[in-house]
Write a protein that binds this ligand. Sequence first.
Ligand code: MG
Length: 158
Amino acid sequence: MRTGIGYDVHRLVAGRDLVLGGVKIPFEKGLSGHSDADVLLHAMCDAMLGAAGMGDIGSLFPDSDQRYKNMNSSYFLSETNKLLLAKGFVVQNIDAVIIAERPKLAPYREEMVHHIARTLRIEPPRISIKSTTTEGLGFVGKGQGIGAMCVVLIDSKQ
Ligand code: MG
């Protein structure tokens, strides 16, 4: 068994959709980035790649590559999962935290869990998504950005 950790932050800006965990969330701002800037899925990919010792999302899907412009990050998650499966690794469980002052994310948690479960082809109870504010402190508290942290446990089929 192996564990991995992932962390990501993106800036909140006007004129972009807010996509978290593959779910489009109604809000007056969205996250800026080369892809759809889904911080949760980016942190998840990094945790999975870290657990497998296979680098990080930036080296696999560089933002200098025009193919990934405005890319749905579910593609990164599904490709990352394929790379792990090809090496004999299977995701056992995922625990993640989204760090955002606004909007309230609890109403979207179930949908995120089910989207991620479908993308990774694992059962929803193996996935935990939580959210927290920073009580007004720092860049998250000021509404300048959203962060996500994720840990994953994988094991080997061999
Ligand atoms: Mg990112």
